[in-house]
Design a protein around this ligand. Structure first.
Ligand code: HPA
Ligand code: ZN
Length: 350
């Protein structure tokens, strides 16, 4: 299909960004826990919280850096106890994602946050899996679950977590690496990622969010990841940017997260246009939308509004197409989404 991007008026862009089909590849399910659900589950389970209500919770969402966010995020996740809680959490996300025309989501979860509190891993995986199955049937959203290891814990603990998840191997598409980046380089997890690869799991890792470009190189060389989560600090190494472009390693970028965690001072300074201009397979995602002020379409709309000279219809199409390209599905499925995407852009031409 021939799309003439110059024939898509600027004022049509926000609606197009919201309605175009998209994949979401960097989304922590625990980061979709909205204050109302958090308080409801705390009440249900008699969990005492340091926050009195929705207002106090939202006021706590003023973060200085990644660690100050993680402290609140892990405390919030403490209200998730039963399989039904994980189902409810994920189902609410899928309903919200459907409103943004997310057609495919690859979703992170942090089992160690829950098993450390005595919640068995099967409740976590099965609750999420059942919501994913229903989302496929009722919302036509396909998805995959990515089990993340907490990098502030040891590799032995990561290995034990992988072993504990094996009975539900078929419900997982891959493994990831998240939590506090500085001081916890990818090399710490080389053995557990090798084991995950042997099991046929796709590998991804957060790198180059707060950590240096060298962590991105380690994730590629030592963990052999297929995508880098965040990766925005790659621009500190021109040689690395060239490599990422040459090898077409996707970056799952999260603009609102980067501003809320002070990786960039504001959206106008975000380097996503630079990443695209360098030919990288950059994608737009929401990370922890309940904490960072917006879901995936909000990320697109607010970023494009902040950088109107750099980001227009062509870049919108590129980013959504990159998301499909970077997903862990077969080529025929990707081609189908790509046709839907092209049709949405063709319909917006004037
Ligand atoms: N970075 C690292 N760990 C995380 C994040 C993130 O952005 N969100 C949830 N866990
Ligand atoms: Zn993340």
């Amino acid at each position: 299909m021939n799309i003439d991007f110059d024939r898509i008026p600027r004022d049509a862009l926000p609606a197009l960004l919201r309605t175009m089909p998209k994949a979401e590849l960097h989304l922590h399910i625990e980061g979709t826990l909205e204050p109302e659900m958090l308080l409801r589950l705390a009440h249900r389970h008699g969990v005492a919280l340091p926050w009195a209500g929705v207002e106090a919770l939202r006021a706590a969402y003023d973060f200085a850096d990644l660690q100050s966010f993680l402290d609140v995020y892990y405390a919030g996740a403490g209200v998730l106890r039963d399989e039904a809680d994980f189902f409810e959490l994920a189902w609410a996300y899928f309903e919200r994602a459907a409103a943004d025309n997310v057609v495919h989501a690859e979703i992170f979860f942090d089992p160690q946050t829950h098993t450390a509190r005595g919640v068995p891993i099967d409740r976590v995986i099965l609750g999420l899996h059942h919501a994913a199955r229903r989302a496929h049937q009722e919302l036509r959203i396909s998805s995959g679950l990515i089990l993340c290891f907490l990098r502030h814990l040891s590799e032995d603990e990561a290995m034990a977590t992988l072993d504990a998840a094996l009975p539900w191997r078929e419900h997982l598409v891959g493994v990831g690496l998240d939590s506090s980046e500085r001081g916890h380089p990818p090399e710490k997890f080389a053995r557990v990622f090798a084991r995950a690869r042997e099991l046929g799991l796709e590998c991804v890792a957060h790198a180059g969010e707060e950590g240096p470009a060298a962590y991105i190189e380690q994730a590629l060389d030592l963990l052999q990841v297929r995508r880098i989560d965040h990766g925005v600090r790659c621009t500190e190494s021109p040689a690395l940017v060239q490599r990422l472009a040459r090898e077409r390693v996707p970056l799952t970028v999260c603009p609102l997260s980067n501003v809320r965690l002070r990786v960039f001072p504001d959206l106008a300074s975000h380097n996503l246009p630079e990443l695209l201009a360098a030919g990288l397979c950059a994608t737009v995602n929401s990370d922890d939308p309940a904490y960072f002020g917006g879901y995936v379409a909000d990320n697109y709309v607010q970023l494009f509004a902040a950088q109107p000279q750099q980001l227009g219809a062509r870049e919108a199409h590129r980013l959504a197409a990159n998301g499909f390209e970077a997903s862990f599905v077969d080529d025929a499925t990707k081609a189908g989404w790509r046709r839907e995407l092209d049709a949405a852009f063709a319909a917006a031409m004037r």
